[in-house]
Write a protein that binds this ligand. Structure first.
Ligand code: 5AD
Ligand code: SF4
Length: 527
């Protein structure tokens, strides 16, 4: 294939932003291709995750924009029509959904939760583990009947899975009724993409391999008026050997501090009570900014904003520096809740995972955190059954759990992800053993969670009331400063407020209580 052909093909599927020509031209091209052509083009041009190449990604490619606008031709395209977005996976996806909802709303679409009245359904997908992907494929299958009943329905697949070659291939081959596939770097192109999907008889596929730029002024339609997500950075450069994220989300790109602060001030002014700073690896914040400015510095400024609660997720232990601990120790609106994924308690496994820390250095970090922030609640993520994990190595994870005394954990069985180094390792651990290890670990996790909860008995805590309880409409539910879910009796007028609740009963994962007038002694919620 010569250079010209390669370029033409890449414009159709893995479109490089620099190559995007006039939209009309693009549309013509899309119209003139059959699904088979797409498949051929796709197979010839798509590059699967490639560690060497991905690691070469250059900083200077990131550009900041604040010139997003919905072109005139797309305005009103959704008038009288409805959209539904199903979100899978992490908070980053939830927030992307808020952005896509914002864009669709500005195009005139109205949100619906009823798939039967939707004119456009988007699946915002997660690729982190195989079962997440299976769920989405199940849903794509279900949508076929809906499409048959309503041929005008636009079905779109976006999010992390659409950045994977195998997924796009499978959809192109087996689910040709899907109208649109677009990647995590193409969200701002939604108006054009929806238009293309409406006009074209063929599946519209736009997945940029190039990392996305940062676009500051995308509209957002936030879920709720109490808590808000705020992206502080995008992507991840850590390349843990099991993880697909550095390939699906691209390289680390930090937003500028002033943009983040302005967004949080605005949220505070609108009455939001809590913000969670989001990033795949928030502790790497600022590394790409050439400013000698990190997450600690950012939090030190956010601390002064008049918003009651500030949290962040997710941390990487390697980049969790002393400055951040020092700032978090100042307390105030910085919540004493730290999610610090450890993944394994064995230094040997951590080395093969390329986590860049050891059991010892992790424990040292935990020691420092506990010393300076004594009331911090620590939670973690753990993968069991990493290829060739021995019984002893697994036991080291369990013993680390005891040593730290985490208050909660998300635990997973290793899931091989196409294109990642760990997926190529020959594994001698059976699925049965992996399941047993997960079960054993979960017993420990439950025990520590229950113990952590027991310490609350009789205490008065501050609860940000989020709404009614899931299990009982007559009760309210909300979270404490250390991230514990409390169900309690109280007036509906308390929703959106921070109230004092006396804990009357403790369970493994939740607390029960009653609203009280008494104020809480400072510092609140010392456990
Ligand atoms: N298999 C199992 N768990 C994984 N995670 C990330 N990649 C994989 C994988 N391939 C887990 C890690 C991470 C969390 C978000 O998902 O524990 O912290
Ligand atoms: Fe994946 Fe987190 Fe590792 Fe990044 S730091 S590669 S997102 S596990």
């Amino acid at each position: 294939m010569n250079e010209k052909q390669r370029k033409e093909q890449s414009q159709i599927n893995q479109v490089d932003p620099a190559d995007v020509k006039s939209e009309q031209e693009n549309l013509q091209r899309l119209k003139s291709k059959t699904s088979d052509d797409f498949l051929k083009y796709f197979e010839a041009t798509y590059e699967p995750p490639n560690m060497k190449k991905a690691k070469k990604r250059l900083r200077k490619e990131v550009e900041y924009h604040d010139d997003f606008e919905i072109e005139e031709q797309f305005q009103g395209l959704g008038n009288g029509k409805k959209f539904l977005i199903r979100t899978y996976g992490c908070q980053m996806n939830e927030h992307d959904t808020e952005v896509m909802s914002g864009i669709l709303t500005e195009m005139g679409y109205e949100a619906t939760t009823d798939q039967n009245e939707a004119d456009i359904i988007l699946l915002n997908t997660c690729a982190i583990r195989e079962n997440a992907e299976n769920k989405v494929f199940g849903e794509i299958g279900h949508l076929k009947a809906l499409k048959r009943e309503n041929p005008d329905l636009i079905i779109g697949v976006c999010g992390c899975m659409s950045q994977e070659e195998s997924v796009v291939n499978r959809i192109l081959k087996k689910h040709q009724y899907v109208d649109l596939i677009f990647g995590t770097h193409n969200i701002h192109r939604l108006p054009q993409l929806v238009y293309n999907a409406l006009m074209s008889k063929e599946m519209v596929v736009e997945v940029w391999s190039k990392e996305g730029d940062i676009i500051e002024n995308l509209p957002k339609r936030r879920e709720g008026r109490i808590k808000a997500w705020v992206n502080i950075m995008y992507g991840c450069d850590k390349f843990c050997t099991y993880c697909i994220v550095p390939y699906t989300r691209g390289k680390e790109r930090s937003r500028r501090p002033e943009d983040i602060i302005q967004e949080i001030r605005h949220l505070a002014a609108q009455g939001y009570k809590e913000v969670t700073l989001l990033g795949q690896n928030v502790n790497a914040y600022g590394k790409d900014l050439d400013m000698d400015y990190g997450l600690g510095d950012l939090m030190d400024e956010i601390r002064k904003i008049d918003i009651p609660r500030v949290k962040f997720t997710t941390s990487h232990p390697r980049d969790f520096d002393d400055r951040l601990i020092e700032v978090l120790a100042k307390g105030g609106n910085l919540m004493p809740y730290i999610h610090l994924p450890v993944q394994s308690g064995s230094s040997e496994v951590l080395r093969v995972m390329a986590r860049r820390y050891t059991r010892e250095s992790y424990l040292e970090l935990v020691r420092k955190i506990k010393e300076q922030i004594p009331n911090a609640a620590l939670t973690t993520d753990i993968i069991v059954g990493f290829p060739n994990e021995t019984e002893e190595q697994f036991e080291e994870t369990v013993s680390l759990y005891h040593e730290v005394g985490f208050e909660g954990a998300y635990t997973f069985i290793f899931s091989p992800r196409d294109g990642t180094p760990a997926a190529r390792i020959e594994d001698n651990v059976s699925e049965d053993v992996k399941k047993q290890r997960l079960h054993r670990l979960n017993e420990v996790v439950n025990e520590y969670s229950r113990k952590a909860m027991e310490k609350y008995k009789g205490k008065i805590v501050k609860v940000l009331v989020e709404g009614t309880s899931k299990s009982n409409d007559d009760k309210l539910a909300g979270y404490t400063e250390r991230g514990k879910l409390v169900n309690f009796e109280g007036p509906k007028s308390a929703i959106g407020e921070i109230v004092n609740v006396k804990i009357t009963e403790t369970k493994t994962w939740t607390l029960d209580g009653e609203m009280v007038e008494e104020t809480v002694a400072e510092p609140v919620e010392v456990i």
